[in-house]
Write a protein that binds this ligand. Structure first.
Ligand SMILES: C[S@@+](CC[C@H](N)C(=O)[O-])C[C@H]1O[C@@H](n2cnc3c(N)ncnc32)[C@H](O)[C@@H]1O
Length: 312
């Protein structure tokens, strides 16, 4: 497909939360239309932030995805289960209810056991607020609310919750924004107004959605799924042969989700080229069992060049 052939419009739901290595929604949409038809079941085994799955849903397909990264699964679930449309009052009521729960548990939240590398991103009062909101949204199983909240976890703009830092991958930007020159960027930032704004921004632009279509995300390996119904098309972009670190680069958001050891997870989901090839052949065996006779498989891979110079 040439650049001129790629349609330009994408849904705001795709931007619920950042994720590295995301596929362009237009490309996912094009692949879905090319290899499947409405009513088909589309499977993305390495679903990441759910770009393929959301496009599949928008185009009238049933969707199923797997990923080993809990943060990826959360974003995918959020995209495929947004709040039901056309009831803004309900959104306000929901947030008011959560706010009462947050107020109740906040006095019990302490920062004593929070690692320094997490604490250094936040004004302490903001962090307590953030941890309490995470706890409440988790206990209410509100994936859409939690993904919206985690999308605000770090950035340098005032609508976000951290001290000035980069957006997708968490790095503090204290050199560019020294606290002595920008004290306002280091003050307490209440969660509720920011979260409400974020949710309504996505919610108010929801496209027309068919909630009767099936949308399932499983936190499990791409080689281990057994679908009840045969899959009509598998569309996926596998991890880039150790080029992207899906756990390291999402470590702050993963920590907020309860994953303390991002480095162990990174070994699993950002495999070396050799491990990836082994894993991929297991995937092909498993996919063959789940794909219907005549079903299609579309794999998107990037090219990378290792520019590290070898010393002799
Ligand atoms: C290139 S990304 C997919 C990006 C996705 N297409 C999107 O638009 O967000 C590859 C994904 O594979 C996941 N992954 C790596 N190894 C896996 C495995 N064995 N099983 C399932 N998912 C895995 C990573 O967590 C990562 O989210």
């Amino acid at each position: 497909m040439t650049k001129a052939e790629i349609p330009l419009k994408t849904e705001r739901l795709h931007t619920v939360a950042p994720y590295i290595g995301k596929m362009r929604p237009e490309i996912a949409g094009w692949a879905i239309e090319t290899v499947s038809k409405p009513g088909d079941l589309v499977y993305d085994p390495f679903c990441g932030s759910g770009t393929v799955l959301l496009e599949a849903w928008l185009k009238g397909r049933d969707a199923v995805g797997t990923d080993l990264n809990p943060y990826a699964c959360l974003i995918s679930r959020a995209k495929l289960n947004p709040y039901m449309p056309h009831d803004v009052d309900n959104v306000h009521e929901k947030l008011d209810y959560y706010a009462t729960l947050v107020a109740k548990i906040k006095p019990t939240v302490t920062l004593d056991e929070i690692p320094e590398w997490v604490r250094e991103f936040y004004n302490p009062e903001t962090l307590v607020d953030l941890l309490a909101w995470v706890k409440v949204l988790k206990s209410c199983n509100d994936d859409f609310g939690l993904a919206c909240l985690l999308s605000l976890a770090h950035h340098q703009r005032p609508g976000f919750l951290s001290y000035p830092s980069s957006h997708t991958v968490p790095y503090l930007r204290t050199k560019k924004f020294p606290p002595s020159e920008f004290p306002e960027l280091y003050e307490y930032r209440p969660v509720l107004p920011r979260l409400e704004k974020k949710i309504l921004r996505v919610y108010n632009s929801l496209p027309s959605l068919d909630f009767s279509l099936s949308r399932n995300i499983y936190q499990q390996s791409a080689s281990s799924i057994e679908t009840e119904r045969k899959v009509d098309a598998i569309i996926t972009s596998p991890p880039y042969m150790g080029q992207l670190d899906y756990a390291r680069d999402n470590r702050l958001r993963l920590y907020l989700m309860g994953v303390e050891n991002w480095s162990a997870l990174n070994k699993e989901i950002s495999p070396s080229a050799t491990r990836f090839v082994e894993e991929f052949s297991a995937c092909l065996n498993s996919w063959r069992k789940n794909l219907r006779h005549g079903g299609k498989l579309a794999i998107f891979v990037g090219t990378t060049t290792n520019t590290t110079k070898k010393t002799t």
